[in-house]
Ligand binder design. Sequence first.
Ligand code: NAD
Ligand code: DAU
Length: 331
Amino acid sequence: MERLLVTGGAGFIGSNFVHHVIEHTDAHVTVLDKMTYAASGESLDGLGERVELVVGDICDAALVDRLVAEHDAVVHYAAESHNDNSLADPSPFVQTNLVGTFTILEAVRAHGTRLHHVSTDEVYGDLELDDPARFTESTPYNPSSPYSASKAGSDHLVRAWVRSFGIPATLSNCSNNYGPWQHVEKFIPRQITNVLSGTRPKLYGAGQNVRDWIHADDHSSAVRTILTKGEIGQTYLIGADGEKNNLEVIRAILRLLGRDEDDFDHVTDRAGHDLRYAIDSTRLRTELGWQPRFADFEAGLERTIDWYREHESWWRPAKESTEATYAAKGQ
Ligand code: NAD
Ligand code: DAU
């Protein structure tokens, strides 16, 4: 039986990946998670004896070294992940995303362990709204925010450890995820839970910014594909051809919840707000044979809305303080 170490496995996408692994393989999973505000132990409930949670920091070199030595592969999701938070206080982003990744790389180097590093399309900066181009594996890095710069730096560390020390690592850069267990600070869950709370959704600026949406389950299947079939040292872009502007998404949420599509507020725009992300995932599809399952964004969104309807006891405790933080910034 394979032993996987999943960092950040109690967060939104990491926990989805743990579910995916338990369902589709016979691997044993150890989750290493600091259990920050973004984590949820509940997201790992009911998975049985094949999942173990170790509460700890990826910057703790002794702990990371011991755990890496005990596992066959590391899948590295742990990060500070929210752009707006990185504008308010970049410090934990530099610490976790850079120092934490460095700490994992040193343990992987010492033990020769297989690593998959999970990253974001934001490392490439943004595209103009009228530019037909999409990001590919050879797009130059050009991050905009403290979050994306810290992720770009972590990617560079992984690439350097592959080249200089020959560690057996792959990388992936994925577009915007949606699905169950996503924190209410993020765009889609924030708007769904606003409507469910009787509050109007909040759109930054004019809402023309485009994101390329992918269901978290499709991200998980892509990461497992790369882990098993990916070429060492290679980067794979993950995306499901889900480009939508924010205005379209807010209107879809309102429509699916039976509300007037114009029943939202325009709020203060994000500083340095990236215009458009778009992924060309040809390499992943042609070389490794991956396909997304949730090709229809609106059907996936509807399922996600149902999930938030059914899990109010999970999201409600974080909602008030999250909205208070946004309100203080006019958002
Ligand atoms: P998240 O914020 O929901 O979860 C992050 C998890 O990491 C949390 O459980 C948190 O407790 C844990 N963590 C944070 N600091 C830690 C530390 N120092 N030590 C151990 N654990 C720590 O984030 P997410 O949206 O699930 O993103 C997961 C990964 O996927 C990140 O690397 C992110 O950059 C990447 N990614 C996210 C998206 C997206 O749309 N959300 C898209 C592409 C890539
Ligand atoms: O592209 C991948 C990235 O996607 C990941 O690397 C990040 O971890 C993840 O958080 C996400 O980043 P974004 O900044 O694109 O996601 P967010 O959900 O914060 O915002 C999505 C879009 O919606 C963005 O254009 C800002 C806008 N927005 C966001 C919020 C919270 C609003 O219009 N209103 C809002 O209330």
